[in-house]
Design a protein around this ligand. Structure first.
Ligand code: FAD
Length: 379
């Protein structure tokens, strides 16, 4: 039985507890899904999550505008990740892909949000490039003004939902100033001529992922999100909201690993007694539980702080992401160990968690980058 006692923590309101319970019930009935065809699985997950109303927190409600509720985003990612990594992915990208539009979009651009929140359109966030992942301000892709249009040229890579998205938030150099101050954000519908999937990328926990090429992609000036030169600030504002949710997903994976391990240790007999009775195993379980609770405290502190109106939660979100993802890796590694040979058997739940967790320590700012961010914040 998963530990739900954290829901009583003062970070949450009753609506959060109700939401988590409702979602958990839905997940128990509908997840996990077959990951054989990740494109089809993601399309289906987005449609079904949307139909059930669970994508609503991912973006601004245009009929009732207000800030995104980061606690709900985190609770949702934690719960989905505990049941199925691909479901968490499908949910997360609807938020990350539209974050810039929720926070800085025009009313016309925000019309997309009714569709993404209903699961009727899929979104993606296109920031990284082959030469600039961590060093994002060094991007090469250009957007050149041409009359009433901008023309986008270059490449984006590691783009989640690349190939199945209906709309992309794309960052490109418009040249107002060198480096970070010369980047702008654009809303680019997937069917815009010149936007092509150059390569599909296969990773250890597969999801739709692609390298995209922009061959003179012409968009109207109304596709600009925010003002020219504000793209880097927009990207950082979006990550400020969504970074702690990566920690929440890691927390969901770690919780599942702990639950599976408790179950295993209780049921497997070794040396004439349950595995649980070995004190070394108890030591591992205690360390796992400690990591899970400490990660939860950091994740929900970051979410609560943002929800209470803090303009930025750079330090809190970086700490939450760094700690929760790194410790989840350790928790899952211990789970694999305690499962013995079964832990590395393809298709076993802890084997899939072992693969699922790894990329979270790299994307949306690698662990080392989070350390640099934290150090700068505490200086
Ligand atoms: C599964 C997956 C999904 C992704 N989805 C998206 C997406 O949807 N949209 C998108 O735009 N991008 C996405 N990314 C890209 C991701 O954000 C980048 O991979 C990440 O920022 C790292 O960039 P890089 O791969 O170029 O590695 P590099 O920038 O080459 O960094 C390599 C390593 O160097 C170290 N390092 C880097 N900078 C520093 C520093 N300042 N101090 C100390 N050490 C440092 C870190 O250990 C880092 O992991 C995704 C990546 C993956 C793996």
């Amino acid at each position: 039985m998963p530990d739900r006692s954290f829901l009583d923590w003062p970070f949450f309101e009753q609506r959060h507890r109700d939401w988590a319970e409702k979602l958990d019930t839905w997940c128990a009935k509908n997840l996990p899904v077959d990951h054989g065809d990740v494109d089809a699985a993601c399309r289906d997950l987005v449609a079904r999550l949307g139909e059930a109303g669970f994508l609503k927190p991912t973006a601004l409600d245009t009929a009732n505008p207000g800030p995104l509720d980061v606690r709900t985003l985190c609770l949702t990612r934690e719960t989905l990740a505990r049941h199925d990594g691909l479901a968490d992915f499908a949910f997360a990208m609807q938020g990350l892909g539209t974050g810039a539009i929720s926070l800085f979009g025009t009313p016309e651009q925000q019309q997309w949000l009714d569709r993404t929140r209903a699961g009727k359109a899929i979104s993606a966030f296109a920031l990284s490039e082959p030469r600039s992942g961590s060093d994002v301000a060094n991007m090469d892709m250009t957007a050149t003004r041409d009359g009433d249009d901008y023309v986008l040229s270059g490449e984006k890579t590691w783009i989640s939902n690349g190939g199945i998205a209906d709309l992309y938030t794309v960052f490109a150099r418009t040249g107002e100033a060198p480096g970070a101050k010369g980047i702008s954000a654009f809303l680019v519908p997937a069917d815009t001529p010149g936007l092509e999937v150059a390569e599909r990328l296969d990773v250890i926990a597969p999801h739709p992922l692609a390298r995209l090429s922009f061959n003179d992609v012409r968009v109207p000036a109304s596709a600009l999100i925010g003002k020219p030169g504000e793209g880097f600030r927009i990207a950082m504002s979006v990550l400020d909201v969504f970074r702690s949710t990566v920690g929440a997903a890691a927390l969901g994976f770690a919780r599942r690993a702990l639950d599976e391990t408790l179950d295993r240790a209780g049921n497997r007999e070794l040396f004439g007694a349950p595995l649980f009775d070995l004190q070394m195993v108890q030591g591992h379980l205690a360390d796992m539980a400690l990591d899970v609770d400490a990660a939860a405290l950091l994740v929900y502190r970051a979410a609560w702080t943002k929800d209470m109106g803090a303009p930025r939660v750079t330090r809190e979100a970086a700490m939450a992401k760094l700690f929760a993802t790194d410790r989840a890796q350790q928790v899952i590694d211990r789970a694999v160990q305690i499962h013995g040979g079964d832990g590395v058997r393809r298709g076993h739940i802890v084997e899939s968690l072992y693969r699922e967790i790894r990329a979270l320590r790299i994307y949306e700012g690698a662990s080392d980058v989070q350390k640099v961010v934290i150090a700068r914040q505490i200086k």
